[in-house]
Design a protein around this ligand. Structure first.
Ligand SMILES: Nc1nc2c(ncn2[C@@H]2O[C@H](COP(=O)(O)OP(=O)(O)OP(=O)(O)O)[C@@H](O)[C@H]2O)c(=O)[nH]1
Ligand SMILES: [Mg+2]
Ligand SMILES: [Zn+2]
Length: 339
């Protein structure tokens, strides 16, 4: 939304933190508390309608500009979202209007290609460019790091990889070059991989809390909420708590972008609805046989597809159940009304 198009008395701001219905926003480089207008809360009917960290909102200042009311949410340019754990299928917004998602994995006890794939799908789903950060390289021999990078490439993942150490500072400058003024970035990854440590390093001070992890590399969660931090040059960084369980996105669009190569190959399959598993004339399996598509890449595609179908299915089943239940209630109500 153009600033000039905002209703009288309203200005633009950016949400920097959300905590159970109360918000913090950045306006003119100042952070202040804000809450939703009554009309806004009333009209929102899904969690994704509510502002999340990184969202641009129009606000009205009050109390000598020390607090604000949020009147409306501007359209999201991009987003990172995940399925909420639990019975119902709901999406949770992780961050909005993000240019780069830094997918952080530690070389020490955390490295996992499958998980990496999921984060890549999540980024593709929301239209965010992914960059992989491999942290704690000071804790593994160089060959070990090479092996991991090799494994990532062998899985067909082409995203940029930055190996770094918060301990020695290696790779930090390369990371920093991506934080141009005006860009918004988000750090994603398991607990204890060093997301907050990296941000503190950039800030040159301990703004945010970090914690020692156990010898196995497993940490308890230290960062407990998402928070947008403004760097001196104007770049924005969002720290997130480590994700224990990365709910799958169920987003076929995300699958499509995360596996563009396979979707492109699939255009040449004999059947337009080819599942690339057993159909004759499958261009994808032909590519695997010919070696132009790696077996590992193909396997992770199938694995992820299976999972997303499972989620999709349970979603459909749930809908069906809800409908049946609704019908049952309706009929019961009719019976009662007849009497
Ligand atoms: N050796 C080594 N230790 C690191 C590195 N980066 C972070 N650490 C340590 O790892 C521990 C966890 O770091 P955090 O920054 O709190 O991890 P986090 O990803 O923010 O974790 P959550 O907030 O729980 O999601 C801390 O003790 C850091 O000092 C690194 O590159 N090398
Ligand atoms: Mg943290
Ligand atoms: Zn096929």
């Amino acid at each position: 939304m153009d600033q000039t198009m905002l209703p009288d008395g309203q200005v633009e701001a950016r949400v920097s933190a959300v905590d159970r219905g109360s918000y913090r926003i950045l306006h003119n480089e100042r952070e202040l508390p804000a809450e939703l207008s009554g009309r806004f809360s009333f009209l929102a009917d899904s969690p994704l309608d509510l502002p999340g960290v990184g969202d641009r909102v129009s606000i009205q200042l009050y109390d000598s500009d020390s607090a604000a009311i949020i009147h409306s949410l501007q359209e999201r340019r991009s987003f990172l979202r995940r399925r909420r754990a639990g019975q119902t299928v709901e999406y949770q917004l992780i961050a909005a209007n993000i240019d780069i998602a830094f997918i952080v994995q530690s070389c020490h006890f955390d490295f996992n290609i499958r998980r990496l794939d999921r984060y890549l799908v999540m980024a593709a789903d929301g239209g965010v460019e992914p960059v992989i950060l491999l942290t704690k390289i000071d804790l593994v021999p160089a060959e070990e790091l090479d092996r991991m990078i090799g494994a990532i490439r062998a899985a067909g993942i082409t995203a940029r990889i930055i190996p770094l150490s918060n301990q020695t500072g290696a790779g930090v400058d390369e990371f920093r070059t991506l934080l141009q003024p005006g860009t918004s970035c988000c750090l994603l990854g398991s607990s204890g991989v060093g997301k907050t440590t990296l941000i503190n390093r950039l800030l040159g001070r301990e703004l945010l809390e970090t914690r020692q992890v156990s010898a196995t590399g497993e940490g308890t969660h230290t960062t407990s909420r998402r928070q947008l931090i403004r760097l001196e040059n104007g770049a924005m960084l969002i720290d997130t708590p480590g994700m224990r369980e990365l709910g799958l996105l169920g987003a076929s669009e995300g699958m499509e972008q995360g596996f563009e190569d396979i979707f492109e190959l699939g255009a040449d399959c004999r059947y337009s609805d080819c599942t690339h598993v057993q159909e004759p004339g499958c261009a994808v399996r032909q590519a695997v046989a010919a070696g132009s598509l790696s077996q590992a890449r193909y396997d992770s595609y199938l694995k992820l597809k299976k999972e997303s179908e499972y989620y999709e299915m349970s979603y459909a089943e749930k809908r069906k159940k809800d409908k049946e239940f609704g019908r049952f209630i309706n009929n019961a109500m009719k019976q009662i009304k007849k009497k």
